[in-house]
Structure formats: C-alpha cells, structure tokens
Design a protein around this ligand. Structure first.
Ligand code: ATP
Ligand code: MG
Length: 561
C-alpha cells in the first residue's frame, strides 16, 4: 500500500480551511462539485471530484452534486445520467444532495430584482457589438453605456418584460452596475441575464431569460450553504465579482478557492474537443477506451482506486503544470497487480504439436492465480498434444539475444514442460504455420525432477478447449506530449493512427470460458486486460488491453523522434 492511501497530505486548500475553522469563519465544511452537463466527465473532473468529496469526508462535512445547467442549448439528459454514473463509479456519494442551478432560477430572479432596487443592476439595450466595444481593453478603461442610468422603475419594468418574453434575443441584457474603469474586466458591468427563447431540459419554456455563469454560480453556492467553493485557476479573476454579488445581496458568503487544473501528457481535456472527436467519429463514442473520459477509462479496465490514488499523488497546487500520464498508468498497474488473476492467453497464435506426447492424453497442471495474493489460490490448466504459443516466441533465425524457441532449441512452457523445436512447417508462401516439438517428461514444473534450466519461459494455451476471443490493443490517442500546444496545428493532427489494433484470432485458456463484462485479468507476459462491456455477448468475447505490464512507451517515443 502506498503512503498516500493512509495519510492524507496537507495542501494550501486545507490550510485555508483549517484557518477558517479555527477563527470561526465557518463551523463546518460544505463543498460541491458543479459539472455542466454538456459532455462526459474526464480525468480532470475526477481530480475535482476527489478533491471536493475528499475534503468533505476528511472534515466530516458534506459535498453536493450540482448540475450547472444555466445554458439551455448545449445540455442534455444523457450527460446528466452519465455524470451521475461516473461519480458513483469513482466511489463518491452526494446522498440526498442532488441539485441543479435551474432549481434556483426563481431565487436568482428575486436576487436580481433586489440588486435593481438597490441601484446595482440595470437593463442595457446596446447591441452585443456595442457592449463589447464599450468594455474597452485591459489597458484601456471602458465607457459607460447610455442606458446605465435608467431609473429603478424603468429597469424593473423592462426586466420583468424580458422575463415574460416580450423581447427578442439580444434586445436587452441585465448588467451589474460596478465599474467600467476597473482594471479587472470582470467588474466592468458584467452581464447577469440574457434573453434566450429556448427550452430548457428541466424548466421547459418557463424562462425566456437565462442567468450567466458568474451570476448563477456564487448565489447557488450561497443558497446551498457551501462554505468552500473550490474551482480552477481561470476563475481567480472572477473572485472579486463572486464576492461583490454576495456582499451586495448580503447573503451567506462562501469562500472561493482556486487551484490549478489537471493537465496530462498525451491527453486533451476540453469537453468541446472531446465532443469533436466523438462527432467526427475519430473514436467510438465518449466511452471509447482511448478517451480520457471516466467512462472510457472504466471500459478500458481502469479501477476507481487507481484513479483516486493518482488524484491523491499529484496533489493540489496553485500553478499550472502538466502531469505525466505514465504516473496514472503506474497507479493502475500497482492496483491491478494486487488484484488481477493471472491467466494465459495467446494473442497471435502459432500451432505447436508435441510429437512424443500421446494422442488423446490430457493432464491437468497446476497454476498460481496471483503470486501477490495467496488467497487467490490455484487453478488447473489442461495440457495436451496440440498447443498454441505466441508466434513472436519463435524465430527461425534467432538473433543473438533471443532466448525463446528456435529450430533445435529448448524453452520452458510455463507451469508445464521443457519442449524442443524439431521441425518447422510452412505454407506455400513460406509462412511458418506449425512447429513440431518434443517434450521432456522429466521436466514437469513443480516436481523434483524439474531441475534442468533453460533460458526462456513462454506462455501457451492448449488447442483443445481453448476459447476464441478478440483482443483490442490500445496505444496513446495522441503522438504529441501536448497535442493542444501547437499554435499552427489542430490537436487532431496529432492523433495516433496506430492507437487501436484489433486481434481477432486470440486463444484463451479454458478457465476464461465464463467471463463477464468488466472482469479483469493479467494475461501473463501480455499485460492487463478487461472484458469489454459493449462488444461482448452472443458467444463473442472481446477483451481490451488496459495497460501493458511495463511502461514501454518512453523508449518507443524516443526511437520515434
Ligand atoms: P472543460 O474545460 O474540460 O470543458 P469545464 O471546466 O468546462 O471543463 P465543468 O463541467 O464546468 O467543465 O467542470 C466541473 C468542475 O470540474 C469545475 O469545478 C471545474 O473547475 C472542474 N474541472 C474541469 N476540468 C478540470 C481539470 N482539468 N482539472 C481539475 N478540475 C477540473
Ligand atoms: Mg465550464
């Protein structure tokens, strides 16, 4: 077990919380995870989920799930459902605290009226072009709108009529009245409401105006009694606005804390770009095992524990950085190594006939299920005259460092005997299609007479009773470490053309006959594999390779460049 699983590390967010609890600013810890239902969750969201739910757990507090569904056009029930499924899979529970920002549309409207009455918000009738022109530049102060000094009565009347649908999209907006000269652009009279004649997935046609994120977010936090509103760094400049709204409304005031978002090498994490991959059919849906989405990782065979451990390990920092995807893979191997049962599977079969093994004879050999876990026990594997080995474990003209099978050479079959290659059989085009071997009956594994040593040990599957399967091998989806980092080229130009290889003629040991979708194994020497949840069924078994046994990629990448 790694240290991280036992000892939660300190970080700057916990220091802030400790201080707040000590000086009585808040009496408890209440966080939230606020996804926008416009896509599937990715590994960056997992970081935020682990952080928010983790803080609540550590401090004996609570964490809400709140869908930030303020934008009617892009949001979808499919996304809402997938997000809930993914959070549960990761191992977190919002209990009875499932909320939607749209639950607060009435309250937000009343809060806006309150600001109008205070003279702190106004209806602006400029066009969107005028509004952005008048906003100025960070280095140049903005100009006040000619509508900025409308009377409270006129503002209240126009705002109500905006709500009632009397105006067209874009005719008016509601803005906060703050400071058009502020060096912080977010304080230059930010827009609070826009007119949108669109149906919403939950409120239907009730609303013709929709709140902007900055207006909805802090007030939703306040309504829910959130104490610490943890978000990513790009909202740092929005904090003065977050605070301004709450101060002006004089309501419960949560504290916004920003941390650096998670970036991963060879990975993109924007939902918009992931959607582009899905819609452009570059991948097989949001849950394609190459996608950095939680549903993709799940289908590929990642465990929730490995993702949680990874999130702990990378910690919480204030400066943007990019984490190495091999660290995530390391967490995964560490977890699977402890729990995955070992099995033998041949990915690219080459037939072997043991000529001195009696025809019709069959014996059962004993194999260890998991050397890391004695309680996993042992299993029997059948051995008989005809077998499959990996074609890559044979070389007709072996190179110097090849210690496996070659004409006249010996190799040990894992859990079985030493065999010797006596003859190579080829088809008309000269491809090796079968090896005729002999075995040495004195060398059975686990018996006292098995002393004789050979250099190589290979895995195998008996031909009779072997299970047919399709196995999908995955490589990184992108060839560039930072596919998003090139100013000239689209991230799609860095898609790895070899990220998926489908092997359709694989042979599995008979104990794998009754596997179920989601089952995970280590196939000896080949990696960790998981039964695919989508394609398996009707007599067909499909395995995904979750990860190789070792990190071979660093070396390959070097050779590629
Ligand atoms: P994206 O830019 O990938 O589309 P987003 O920030 O728009 O993501 P939201 O649904 O708004 O996605 O995010 C929900 C929560 O997850 C927010 O609190 C956000 O800060 C957090 N989050 C999103 N991406 C990351 C990331 N890469 N690392 C850490 N937290 C993230
Ligand atoms: Mg967002």
């Amino acid at each position: 077990m790694s240290e991280n699983e036992n000892k939660p590390q300190s970080n700057f967010i916990k220091e802030i919380i400790n201080e707040d609890l000590k000086n009585g600013k808040y009496e408890k810890v209440h966080t939230r995870f606020p996804p926008e239902p416009n896509g599937y969750l990715h590994i960056g969201h997992a970081k935020s989920i682990c952080l928010n739910f983790g803080l609540a757990k550590e401090y004996g507090g609570k964490c809400n799930l709140r869908f930030d569904d303020t934008n009617p056009s892009k949001e979808d029930v499919e996304y809402v459902n997938s997000i809930m499924e993914d959070i549960k899979w990761l191992g977190f529970d919002w209990e009875d605290r499932l909320f939607y920002a749209s639950d607060y549309f009435d309250a937000l409207y009343e809060y806006a009226v309150k600001l109008i009455k205070k003279g702190k918000a106004y209806v602006d009738s400029c066009t969107s072009e005028e509004i952005s022109e008048y906003r100025g530049m960070p280095t140049k102060p903005g100009i006040e709108s000619p509508y900025r000094n409308r009377s409270v009565e006129e503002n209240l009347d126009l705002f109500e009529r905006m709500k009632n649908g009397e105006f067209k999209d874009g005719e008016h907006v509601l803005r906060a009245k703050i400071d058009m000269t502020s060096p912080n652009m977010n304080l230059r009279d930010p827009i609070m409401y826009r007119i949108r004649h669109e149906s919403h997935h939950r409120t239907g046609d009730k609303w013709r105006i929709y709140p902007m994120y900055d207006w909805a977010h802090g007030q939703s936090d306040s309504i829910e009694g959130i104490t610490h509103s943890v978000c990513t760094l790009e909202f740092e400049n929005h904090r003065p606005l977050y605070d301004w709204f709450l101060d002006e409304l004089e309501i419960h005031h949560p504290r916004q804390i920003e941390f650096a978002r998670l970036n991963l090498t060879y990975t993109i994490m924007s939902k918009r770009k992931l959607l582009e991959l899905v819609e452009g059919k570059y991948v097989d849906g949001w849950d394609d095992p190459r996608m950095p989405t939680l549903s993709g990782f799940r289908r590929r065979g990642f465990t929730p524990e490995s993702i949680r451990n990874f999130a702990d390990r990378i910690g919480v920092v204030k400066r943007d950085s990019i984490a190495d995807v091999s660290l995530l893979e390391h967490s995964l191997r560490e977890d699977l190594n402890k729990r995955a049962l070992r099995r033998m599977a041949v990915l690219r079969p080459l037939k072997v006939t043991i000529t001195n093994y009696p025809e019709g004879k069959e014996e059962t050999l004993e194999a260890v299920n998991n050397p890391e876990d004695e309680s996993a026990g042992k299993r029997g594997i059948p051995f008989s005259r005809e077998l499959y080995i990996e074609d890559r474990d044979f070389q007709e003209n072996p190179h110097r460092k090849f210690f496996r099978l070659a004409p006249g050479r010996e190799v040990r079959l894992r859990y079985a005997y030493i065999i010797k290659c006596e003859e190579v059989i080829k088809d008309e085009s000269g491809n090796v299609i079968e090896l005729l071997c002999t075995y040495d009956p004195e060398t059975k594994s686990g018996t006292g007479t098995a002393q004789r040593k050979v250099k190589g040990t290979i895995h195998w599957v008996t031909r009779k009773d072997s299970i047919d399967a399709e196995i999908r091998l995955y490589d990184r989806l992108f060839t560039a470490e930072n596919p998003d980092g090139d100013k000239e080229k689209s991230f799609k130009e860095f898609l790895n053309p070899d990220s998926l290889e489908i092997l359709s003629d694989c042979k599995l040991e008979p104990s794998l006959a009754n596997v179920k979708p989601g089952d995970k194994f280590q196939f000896e020497r080949n990696g960790y594999f998981c039964v695919d949840t989508k394609e398996t069924g009707n007599e067909k078994i499909v395995f995904n390779r979750t990860v190789t046994l070792r990190d071979t990629w660093a070396k390959i990448a070097k050779n590629r460049n």
